[in-house]
Design a protein around this ligand. Structure first.
Ligand SMILES: Nc1nc2c(ncn2[C@@H]2O[C@H](COP(=O)(O)OP(=O)(O)OP(=O)(O)O)[C@@H](O)[C@H]2O)c(=O)[nH]1
Ligand SMILES: [Mg+2]
Length: 627
């Protein structure tokens, strides 16, 4: 077994698209973890969806063994590498192999929970910055996370091969951020491999080996998981103490659940079965557990014998803070018979996407579905796409919304997502909505354009800071409602793609919101109600009825469409009656008969109208719901 001295656990972090997965490719090649003929760009982005979108969505662990070239001359005592010339002259050869457990992480803000979980499994991180983009919002956010975790951070400027790369400038920015000398910042091209070998050497040199005790009782942290129909839940673990062998019985401390190791092993990056996993290692354990809800990331796995023999249980490892979903959307199966399939799919998906939350709900016209919580709009898109691809589900998805807080006159706090749960105005003391701290990083030349996005916004400007030579950090406080849809695209548009943003929850603040009720032929249709800011009520109210007018099929009588705020009508449209040609079967000009039939039709319409039976086809619910 490899001595812990020769093991390193690290991850690569950066802003989205700065080249993490490409750098991981070069490491895989260099260490011959993946054969040249099997190599393909961003090899670790193994999900179809990741390949299709060209971004990393999940963390991806891989174990690499490196025993080539100059590393064989690594001097463990004084932690030095000989220069290439020295090593060429030297005959010294040792068969020492380094075990390098790498975790590639996503860069998009919606998947930052993946990053924080990866960081808890390693001792160090390479912080990568694209030389054509400079430091961006997620560079700062991920750097802060790594610092908090106490990791050794190795800074590197990437894409130095590109003509528009601002290498020196970016190097200085990064050195300033880390408060180190510029000489310590690596310059690499992940695409062409420039300096990549040196960078890996520095990983070995600077990042400490895992401090783990093999003699202690077995403890492992679950940092990710997935479901396998044969092997049950497969946990991705970092072993902190002791060791575990195939076939041993295990116990999940928070889940209070027993399991048995059906298989364990390393990430190659595919599963590579082994006999045991020991302290310091990163690998997987197939637990045989079928109840997906019992297994949570952040839980500690121990050996069942402590439980059975009533021995003192090892202490649980520090888990993760539960992520706080910020954006909500309802998911309904297009085919209402698929409700159970959707439920099971969400449960399995949650194993692999710990930041997803869901609870059942019911809506008129749509039947049963789920209210799901997400970290952002891209997260919604990805979950919907995974449900479609991996579980074959066709879904109807509502427009994303935030959760409002209502303080009632009895001083109760209600957290409300669905307009149908909105209390009577006489019960409401105060309405509040979530506010975020928003950080935008932009080159100063786009400042004017960026500020324009905030026209007509409730956002409050807090401060601006210059850092580096060409970087401006703007801090705002803003209602989350304003930034969940389309804001990021606006920011990118205003800055030719150079600005980036990050946000975090601040607090609930007073909001001036009203509920719009929609009346169809005088009857309230709860499913079409909407919560909107008071100053936009009229505009929104008109929009809803004119949209309904467009899509609701005409009936045999005229149908009124109204928007009301607590009984007061603020907008109105009418769908004209559909006239069925009741006289069509008549030939010739028997005028009296024709008139009789038309009279009869009129009476019938009146009766229909009195009964007010407007048939609303499901497609109308669907279209209004997801507009
Ligand atoms: N010219 C050049 N292009 C690079 C370099 N490194 C990465 N790229 C390109 O940059 C793009 C993004 O690379 P990825 O490796 O997917 O970036 P990432 O950081 O993993 O992205 P996310 O995981 O989605 O955050 C790809 O088109 C790469 O080919 C480099 O050193 N030089
Ligand atoms: Mg990537």
């Amino acid at each position: 077994m490899t001595d812990r001295k020769f093991m390193r656990n690290f991850c690569i972090i950066s802003h989205v698209n700065h080249g993490k997965s490409t750098l991981a490719d070069r490491f895989l090649e260099l260490t011959k973890t993946v054969l040249a003929e099997k190599m393909r760009p961003q090899y670790l982005n193994s999900m179809d969806l990741e390949r299709g979108k060209g971004i990393t969505i999940k963390m991806h662990p891989v174990r690499m063994c490196w025993n080539v070239g100059r590393l064989e001359c690594w001097n463990e005592n004084d932690k030095t590498f000989p220069t290439s010339e020295q090593s060429e002259r030297s005959n010294k050869r040792s068969d020492q192999t380094f075990i390098l457990n790498l975790i590639d992480t996503p860069g998009h803000v919606d998947f930052s929970y993946e990053v924080s979980r990866s960081l808890a499994a390693v001792e160090g991180a390479i912080l990568l910055v694209d030389a054509t983009q400079g430091i961006q919002a997620q560079t700062l956010a991920n750097f802060e996370l790594a610092k908090k975790q106490g990791l050794t951070i190795i800074p590197a400027v990437n894409k130095i091969d590109m003509p528009q790369a601002k290498v020196e400038e970016t190097k200085k920015e990064l050195a300033d951020l880390l408060n180190i000398s510029s000489d310590e910042v690596f310059l690499i091209s992940a695409k062409y491999g420039t300096n990549v070998e040196k960078l890996l050497e520095v990983v070995i040199k600077k990042i400490p080996p895992p401090h783990n005790d093999k003699e202690k009782p077995f403890r492992a942290l679950i940092f990710d998981s997935k479901y396998d129909p044969f092997k049950g839940v497969i946990c991705y673990v970092r072993v902190f103490d002791g060791e575990i062998k195939n076939g041993e019985k295990i116990y999940l401390m928070a889940g209070k659940t027993e399991g048995k190791v059906k298989e364990l092993g390393y990430f190659g990056p595919e599963f590579l079965p082994q006999q045991k996993l020991s302290a310091g290692e990163i690998g997987y354990i197939a637990t045989g557990i079928k109840e997906t809800e019992k297994v949570r990331v952040g839980d500690t796995i121990i050996s069942l014998k402590f439980k059975v023999q009533s021995l003192e249980l090892p202490r649980a490892l520090a888990g993760y803070q539960e992520p706080k979903p910020m954006v909500f959307a309802s998911f309904y199966p297009e085919n209402s018979n698929d409700f159970e399939i959707l439920e099971e799919a969400l449960m399995k998906l949650k194993l692999n996407d710990a930041s997803l939350t869901f609870q059942p709900e019911r809506k008129e016209g749509l039947g049963r579905g789920f209210l799901c919580g997400f970290l952002g709009s891209l997260h919604i898109e990805i979950v919907a796409e995974r449900l479609r691809r991996e579980y074959g589900l066709a879904l109807v998805i509502s427009t994303p919304s935030v959760i409002y807080k209502i303080i009632t006159k009895k001083d109760e706090e209600l957290f409300i997502y669905s307009p149908s749960d909105w209390p009577e105005p006489s019960m409401i003391k105060e309405i509040q909505e979530p506010w975020m701290k928003l950080e935008i990083i932009t080159p100063p030349e786009y400042l004017g354009q960026v500020l324009k996005i905030f026209e007509n916004s409730k956002a409050i400007y807090i401060e601006k800071k210059y850092f580096g030579q060409n970087r401006l950090l703007l801090i705002y406080e803003v209602p989350l409602r304003e930034i969940i849809i389309g804001f990021y695209d606006k920011l990118k548009g205003a800055s030719q793609g150079f600005a980036s943003m990050n946000y975090q929850f601040l607090e609930y603040r007073k909001a001036d919101l009203v509920k719009l009720d929609i009346l169809i032929a005088g009857k309230k249709e709860e499913a079409f109600s909407k919560i909107v800011p008071k100053n936009r009520a009229l505009e929104e109210g008109r929009k809803i009825v004119s949209k309904l007018k467009e899509i609701l099929p005409a009936q045999l009588f005229a149908v009124s469409l109204q928007t009301a705020i607590f009984g007061k009508i603020i907008a109105r449209e009418t769908i004209k009656a559909k006239r069925r040609d009741v006289t069509a079967p008549l030939y010739g000009g028997d005028f009296t008969r024709k008139r009789k039939l038309l009279e009869k039709q009129k009476k019938g319409k009146k009766r229909l109208k009195e009964r007010g039976q407007v048939r609303i086809p499901p497609q109308v619910y669907l279209k209004m719901f997801s507009q």
